[in-house]
Design a protein around this ligand. Structure first.
Ligand SMILES: Cc1cc2nc3c(=O)[nH]c(=O)nc-3n(C[C@H](O)[C@H](O)[C@H](O)COP(=O)(O)O)c2cc1C
Length: 306
């Protein structure tokens, strides 16, 4: 299986005029909410940010109200089952009909979707190899590994306390922390067994990944990743509907010097030359064991009272 969303016939892979007014946020739309009158819900309502960093202006103005006349999208019933699944996937192909349905679920978004599966073994192997190398680089680069260490929550107490970041709850890692054999404040050495294990574990998962999924946009102004995020939410719900799971893998998509090679290989592989195109999402796709939901910090922690 190798599928890509077709060209629109305007010489571009994207609809000529993407009509922002047709969109309400992905999840809100599937849930039966109406946004307030057109023009009042806007991304970057007080103007675009500078390319490299944002400032104190709002990212978006959104007001949602319940409207019983808005029919719930069929994807809504999968919201509570959707997970980022980091487990080992079954070696079983994703049927074409599932990808076509996912494609249809994001048809109004200015995005090119693609998917490769087991009937393209060479291509699949290339996806696995780039992902493995990008992960290895992430694991052996002091800056990135220390960034991950700072976000680690290990064991039930830390997970319950922080409820975000990178959550680890396997008995071995808890034992290593408890016995002082794993010190998160120090850069691991080149022969660190924990790092070697993480590289090896992910290699096994990649070798058993039956499909990869991607989403590409033309351009990458501030609104584009937001639309890509909405589209990804819908695509992942569609995958959930078809009983499959996804895990985004972002290492090769980072614009940092260490990842320059996997970055360029990914863009070449997906026929998305930078800077014209941006790979917004690259994910493992397959059938996975059932897992529980990620912990959430809760709405109250995200609300700033004016
Ligand atoms: C843009 C983007 C990039 C992500 N990159 C990764 C990644 O590289 N590895 C990973 O395991 N999860 C990745 N995720 C998944 C998030 O970590 C995940 O959504 C979060 O842990 C919440 O879990 P949930 O999706 O199960 O609710 C990414 C998600 C997004 C939206």
């Amino acid at each position: 299986m190798r599928h890509e969303s077709p060209s629109t016939g305007n010489g571009s892979l994207f609809p000529a005029d993407h009509d922002e007014s047709r969109h309400v946020p992905g999840i809100a739309r599937v849930g039966g909410y109406r946004k307030r009158p057109a023009g009042n819900n806007r991304i970057v309502p007080e103007g675009e940010f500078a390319p490299e960093k944002i400032d104190n202006r709002p990212v978006a103005h959104i007001r949602l109200s319940t409207d019983v006349t808005v029919k719930k999208d069929s994807l809504f019933s999968h919201v509570l089952k959707r997970r980022t699944n980091r487990e080992t996937y079954e070696i079983r192909d994703i049927p074409e009909v599932a990808f076509r349905d996912t494609e249809a679920s994001v048809a109004t978004y200015p995005i090119r979707l693609g998917c490769v599966g087991m009937n393209e073994p060479d291509l699949l192997h290339t996806h696995r190899a780039i992902a493995a190398e990008a992960w290895r680089i992430e694991m052996v680069t002091s800056r990135t590994i220390m960034e991950s260490y700072r976000l680690l929550s290990i064991g039930p107490d830390e997970i319950a306390k922080y409820r975000d970041g990178i959550l680890l709850n396997k008995p071995l890692i808890r034992l290593l922390v408890a016995t002082g054999l794993f010190d998160r404040s120090r850069v691991p050495g080149p022969d660190d067994s924990g790092i070697k294990n993480q590289i090896e574990d992910f290699n096994v998962k990649l070798d058993k990944t039956p499909a990869f999924f991607w989403m590409i946009t033309e351009g990458n102004d501030r609104k584009t990743p937001v639309k890509a995020g909405r589209a990804y939410a819908r695509a992942q719900l569609s995958a959930t509907k078809h009983g499959s799971s996804m895990q985004p893998i972002s290492q090769a998509l980072q614009e940092c010097p260490e990842q320059a090679k996997p970055y360029s290989e990914t863009h070449q592989l997906l026929d998305a030359p930078a800077p014209r195109y941006t790979v917004q999402m690259w994910a493992r796709l397959g059938y996975a064991p059932v897992i529980g939901p990620s912990p959430r910090r809760g709405l109250a922690e995200h609300i700033i009272k004016a």
